[in-house]
Design a protein around this ligand. Sequence first.
Ligand SMILES: [Zn+2]
Length: 233
Amino acid sequence: MSTVLELLTLQGLDDEAAALRAALSDVERRIAGDEELMNARRAFAEADDRVNEVRRRQRRLEDEIETLSDKIAREEKRLYDGSVKNPKELSSLQHEVESLKAHRSPFEDELIGVLDEFEREERARKEAARTMAQLEALREAHLVDLRREGRRLNDAILKSDTRREIQKAKIPPRPLAAYEDLRRRKGGMAIAKISAGSCLGCRVSVPDAIRRRALSSNELAQCPNCERILSLG
Ligand SMILES: [Zn+2]
């Protein structure tokens, strides 16, 4: 087989190896982290924070209301147990109880709103927890597949590397070095076919003298425009 055909075979193997390595790095990226699951975990943590914040406000209001209710109960007890007999003192006590109740009333209204809010946030947290659990279960199952796929790709890469080494050994050092240099510089496409007199790497017409050189099996012809190794096959 001519050197250029051996190089073409090598290019095919190099393309295959590059595709396998890209697939493996994609699998590794997916094993390392699942963006959807991370978002769901963050959403749950935020929902949890909101529930705790509403819970704190609820406790503060309940404490406030309890303190006032205790005070009201104490004053009402004095009002009705006959321990205070002076009408002026009784009327002032009555006034005190009313004022305490008036003070307590907005806290009670606020508490009703906070309890509604708590219920809403609690529902949202449950929903977020459910989503997170579903994605976690999905990921568990998915991880098994991803690890299996990672092992398969690693095996395929090992085999492909062996085939490439065998193929490389068939090619003389200078064309091999030229190929590897071009492959690095030309985005993986070191060899271009000639079709209808043009280089398929850059679409520029190839002079006859160079086309003739491409026909000979012991010499490499390169495109004068893009430098790629030209193949007639
Ligand atoms: Zn070219």
